[in-house]
Design a protein around this ligand. Sequence first.
Ligand SMILES: [Zn+2]
Length: 140
Amino acid sequence: MTHAAQPRLANALPVRNVPQEALLRLDLEPFHVAAEPQLSACPMGETGICRNPFCSARFVPVRPHQLYCSAACRKSDDQEFRAVGLRAAPALLAWQMGRYAPKGTALADLSRAGRNYYSALAAQWLRDRRRRMHLAEELR
Ligand SMILES: [Zn+2]
């Protein structure tokens, strides 16, 4: 999509005028890099079983760390990760913003609500992924 084709919001800066220092900057490595030793010792799934929960097909990996049986499965799971991330992000910010707020303050309450929401989301997401994995097995 070109800049001209993007919708322009009333108060937003045109994309071409945003200075580099205004762009998102996270200096943390991706999780699979930061937790590589732990993931090697305790993989989050079985090698050769597609990580797309509703596929969960057995496949022969072409590369040692291949997680999905196909590009379509990887893309589908990427979309799910994005959807979960969009729900988790406000809760994570709220949690962190009030992490050290004095007890009994509105900010501390907001932080606790963020933590509780994030924990519930994570638990529900894992349960739902397992449910879809089992459904895929049953439908095979
Ligand atoms: Zn698959």
